[in-house]
Design a protein around this ligand. Structure first.
Ligand code: DX5
Ligand code: ZN
Length: 220
């Protein structure tokens, strides 16, 4: 039986009730907290940074999965490690020396993730896949929550899964953007291990039940 992990994206939470929403995730069937850091340069939006993550980390009882949508991510690797981040993901498109960046993340005791924009081919990871703990496939253009899922993602998941198997790697595949009950099962069948869900969870009338539903649907 597969164990699909569910990672609610805090970007869609109510920032004026952050502790309430963090506790909701703590009490729910969710596995990870997905935290989106945007710098207004790599993506056309600014979200939140270190002080907010520090506060979340004080209350969060689950894995902290930080998705950096920033240029020059190397500058902040040590800072995120000190905040208690478990999985640190940088964008392929923002990394000039990806291999070095991955080693630096691991040297700080974190799992190393690489995110790919929708236009970036998974073949580009063939030479680094054994050094990558998590590949985050963007199923929307990064920068905003609440966008529609890009259908080509299924194809990318299958291609990436084939590369992982061929290289004997244990890399997890995460899907980020527009995930709902309409695409979750098909994504898992294609090879996804972690599903990020922002607006689908936090805009629901009962977020806890929505997380439970996604968990059941993808682990049946
Ligand atoms: C988009 C972020 C996502 C976002 C997903 O740039 O990386 O994590 O929060 O939100 P939804 O699930 O609403 O598409
Ligand atoms: Zn994200």
């Amino acid at each position: 039986m597969s164990n699909t992990l569910i990672a609610p994206s805090i970007l869609a939470a109510d920032f004026a009730n952050l502790q309430r929403d963090v506790e909701m995730v703590n009490q729910s069937d969710a596995d990870w907290f997905h935290l989106d850091v945007m710098d207004g340069v790599f993506v056309p939006n600014i979200s939140f940074g270190m002080p907010v993550i520090k506060s979340i980390a004080r209350h969060a009882k689950k894995t902290l999965d930080v998705h950096l949508m920033i240029v020059e991510p190397d500058r902040y690797i040590k800072t995120f490690a000190a905040l208690g981040v478990d999985v640190l993901t940088v964008h392929y498109e923002a990394s000039t020396h990806l291999h070095r960046t991955l080693q630096a993340i691991k040297a700080e005791g974190m799992q190393a993730g690489v995110a790919l924009n929708p236009h970036t081919n998974v073949d580009l990871l063939k030479d680094t896949i054994q050094d990558i703990d998590l590949v985050c496939l963007m199923s929307v253009n990064p920068g905003f929550g609440g966008q529609s899922f890009i259908e080509n993602t299924y194809h990318k998941v299958r291609q990436l899964k084939a590369i992982i198997n061929e290289k004997g790697a244990s890399t997890k595949i995460e899907i980020d953007g527009g995930v709902t009950d309409k695409n979750a099962l098909q994504l898992v069948e294609a090879g996804a291990d972690v599903l990020v869900a922002g607006s689908y969870v936090f805009r629901a009338s009962d977020p806890t039940e929505t997380i439970k539903g996604l968990k059941e649907l993808t682990n049946s």
